[in-house]
Each structure stands twice: as C-alpha cells, then as structure tokens.
Design a protein around this ligand. Structure first.
Ligand SMILES: [Zn+2]
Length: 237
C-alpha cells in the first residue's frame, strides 16, 4: 500500500489499486528516506524522524534556534525528496518533526504561550517558480496540524531584493548577501502585527544567516519572535 497520494481521492479502491500496480511497473515506488520498496516514507524512516529529540543549534542569535534532527541520513533524503522531487505527501512526517521543534522553542522561552504563528522563511523567487509551490509553507501547515493548538501559518515575510544563490558562500558572505533581504508585511486581515508570538520556520538551517535575517525583519516589523524551528540542523561533530 502506498502512502503517496498518487491518484485522485474519488477513484474507487480497486481502480486505485490497479493504477498503483501499473505505476509500480513504470516507476517502482520506494521509500524516499532509505529506498525500502512499496511505501514512502517507510514506517522505519517515519519513526526515526519522529523519535529524534529536537536540539539547539549554536548560532549568534538572541533567540533559540532548534532543529528536529540533523541534516543527514534518511531525514536529509526525505527533505530533499519533498523539496525538489515534489513528494508532497512527505510534508506530513516532516511537518510533525517541525512541530516538535516548534514545541521545543516555545517550552524554552515561555511555555505558557498557547498558540503561535509560524512564519515560513521565504523562498527565492526562482525556486518558487521552478517548484510551483512554497515547500516551507507546506511544512509549516503540516506542523500546525501536528501542534493542534490553534497555531496558524502567516506568510508575512517577503524577499525585498533579489538574492544570490547561497551555495558556496561562507558564513560572513551569506550574512552580507542577506543583509536587508527580507521585509515583514502585516497579516492580510490585521491592521498591525498581533500580540501572538511568532516562530520562524525553515526546512534546513546551516549557518543560521537566513533565519537571522528573517528574525531581524520580523522584529523590525513589530513582531514578537520567540525563536526559530527547523526540520534539519547541522550534523553533530
Ligand atoms: Zn525508509
């Protein structure tokens, strides 16, 4: 049985099963994390992802940055398959891991906070066009479902200037590339940023330069930023 939503919901179970069998002949389905056949992600990869303990990523920011797991092994492959290969069904397990990281941020700062607004780090315009979707916003929506406490997604960050690709830049160069890159707008339905605290969310945090710019822009826009949560952080050394 496949957990990938390959076929329309209105198809009958037998039609879906037949179509699945045909699809398997053409392009065998395998776990995006470990390559196990027939199901993606496989239960082992889901359990590994969900059992990982969120940890603080070291960075020079004044708010906590917490990643659900390290950018390695099955977690890394699941993130990449979701991001670049259009495996949208992976948003559910990855979003659950992100939700755990969000919970950890809230617990560290002020555990009395009932609900938060998750603000996705915006994608470069080129990536949005290429992928046709905001993959971080998808993860944020799934994280809200996992949190189940009335938390919402507010995509209030915009890219204010064209960004160079960050790949190959060191931490200092990234920081200079990103200075002033983001701007925070007000939520569509509100006159001013509400008093609900926000948590910046991203799929992968490496040097922390991107999330630092996101925090700067939100605070400049009057938002109360509790911290940053990501699915993957740097590998442990
Ligand atoms: Zn697997």
């Amino acid at each position: 049985m496949s957990s990938d939503r390959l076929f329309p919901d209105q198809w009958s179970p037998s039609l879906r099963a037949t179509a699945h069998a045909w699809a398997q002949l053409v392009a065998p389905l395998s776990c995006a994390g470990c390559g196990a056949p027939d199901i993606s992600p496989c239960p082992t990869c889901c359990v590994t992802l969900l059992r990982s303990v969120p940890r603080v990523v070291h960075h020079p920011l004044h708010v906590p940055v917490i990643a659900a797991t390290a950018y390695a092994g099955p977690a890394r492959r699941l993130v990449l398959m979701h991001k670049d290969r259009g495996r949208t069904s992976l948003a559910t397990p990855l979003g659950a891991a992100l939700g755990a990281a969000v919970r950890s941020v809230v617990a560290r700062v002020d555990s009395a906070v009932p609900a938060v607004q998750l603000v996705p780090v915006p994608s470069r315009r080129m990536n949005l066009v290429r992928r046709g979707r905001s993959t971080v916003a998808e993860l944020a929506q799934a994280a809200c479902r996992e949190l189940g406490n009335g938390s919402t997604v507010e995509s209030v960050l915009r890219v204010g200037q064209p960004l160079r690709d960050q790949v190959g830049l060191n931490a200092d160069q990234r920081q200079r590339n990103l200075a002033g890159a983001f701007a925070a707008s007000r939520p569509d339905h509100q006159a001013a940023p509400s008093k609900v605290p926000v948590v910046v969310v991203d799929d992968i945090v490496t040097t922390g330069a991107t999330v630092a710019e996101a925090v700067r822009a939100l605070e400049a826009g009057g938002y109360w930023v509790l911290g940053v949560a990501a699915v993957c952080g740097p590998r442990r050394r």
